[in-house]
Write a protein that binds this ligand. Sequence first.
Ligand code: CIZ
Ligand code: SF4
Length: 303
Amino acid sequence: MNSNDLKEKILQLKKEKNAVIVAHNYQVDDVQEVADVIGDSLALSQYCAENDKDIIVFCGVHFMAESAKILSPDKTVLLPEIDAGCPMADMVTADALRKEKEKHPGAVVVCYINSSAEVKAESDICCTSSNAVKVVKSIKEKDILFVPDQNLGSYVAKMVPEKNIILWNGYCITHHKVSMSEVKEVREIHPDALLLVHPECQKEIAEAADFVGSTKQIIDYAKQSESSKFIIGTEMGVLYQLKKDNPDKTFYLLSKGLICPNMKKTSLKSVYDALNEMKYEINLDEGIRLKAKESLDRMLQIS
Ligand code: CIZ
Ligand code: SF4
């Protein structure tokens, strides 16, 4: 089947099965095209919880489909590529977190949404890259154990200096490798472009940027900005939405390396197979789900 045939079949199956397709901003363009909605992991999970469809095809990585299941326990959540994981999320396990918590008994545990349901269940409150600063500011205690992203954690520590942030040594393999030499090089080539970067990039990269934000914040920033040229320091999939929203503006990718191999595993064929064969279903232990949901709910209450 060519891609047009696949797209047609996907839309047909989606209707027959009363399903919804959601795609993360980092998915390949073809997959974003067949999705009912495109967004960040939290917005997609909330969208899934609010609509009346029976089946959710979550085009993203494992922890994202889990978050959708946490908020929509009665729906069937399918992850088209079962091996699409997030290496950063895998850098903290519930066991390792329990051990670290013993070393910091008074600390409040904040987990980035890029974490497993078990880790969310072991945490006090969740955060996203959009609301991490707000979440940490809302906490009364001074000591915060922040997992798993050391770069987002460092960014928050800088923005909320009154807190003592204990960092975990996790990082995103895609954003962490962006280098200062790439920043210098691309700035030289496009001196009149604004540099917008994700807080998963290392501290010096964030410090060199004109704006630091989540995918949604970068997309919103580019849309309202009077500038017409932007260097984008996050996964290349966001270029789809940026170009769609701003046909008269120009976008350059900060680094050729800004491709998440796990996000790129999902293709039109995998979306078709997911719907056709009802795979791969994401299920959670109910005890874990409820505890993880408490962490998400605490975040939603303050943001
Ligand atoms: O939460 C998300 O969707 C991620 C991983 C990135 C972002 O900035 O939206
Ligand atoms: Fe995980 Fe990084 Fe890929 Fe996002 S871009 S899913 S943080 S590896």
